[in-house]
Write a protein of this length. Structure first.
Length: 159
């Protein structure tokens, strides 16, 4: 535990120290750190939440074996695609989040995330042929609303 904590402290110190060393004035440095935290931390974390922690996704019961009987069906049931095609910047958003908005990252983990949009249409075709439901949020607004409903559901005390 001490080694992990020391390693994280050393990493944070070097990351902030290097930024402070090479960027002046200090105000712009703090803005740069804030931008990096938002772009490299908050956006991927939010995309993960919108793909997994929503009311459309299924969750395994405690007595279900890990990943269930069928890995592909488990992934299709527990992940929701989020199509955030904004007028400006959706390609950048997909690149920054590493394709977290696509289920295909679970089904083909060695595939480059830039190929996920192409594979997504093929996956939809195959799932339609096999009558397997695939879950998709057509807009980012739908994904956020679904996540909000899920959070409310998680806040309800079990009976």
């Amino acid at each position: 535990m001490v080694t992990i904590t020391a390693g994280k402290a050393r990493h944070a110190t070097s990351a902030i120290g290097l930024t402070l060393t090479y960027q002046r004035p200090v105000g712009s440095c703090s803005r740069s750190i804030w931008r990096a935290r938002v772009w490299l931390g908050l956006l991927p974390a939010t995309m993960f939440q919108l793909a997994h922690c929503v009311d459309l996704a299924d969750f395994a019961t405690p007595d279900t074996p890990r990943r269930g009987d069928d890995f592909v069906l488990h992934q299709l049931h527990s992940t929701v695609d989020v199509h955030c095609r904004t007028a400006i910047g959706w390609r950048s958003l997909t690149w920054i989040t590493g394709g977290l908005s696509y289920q295909e990252r679970h089904l083909a983990p060695r595939l480059p995330h830039t190929a996920y949009p192409l594979v997504a249409s093929r996956l939809q075709t195959v799932c339609a042929e096999r009558d397997t439901p695939i879950r998709i949020h057509a807009t980012s607004r739908q994904a956020v609303c679904s996540h909000t409903r899920w959070l409310r559901l998680m806040g309800v005390r079990p009976e």
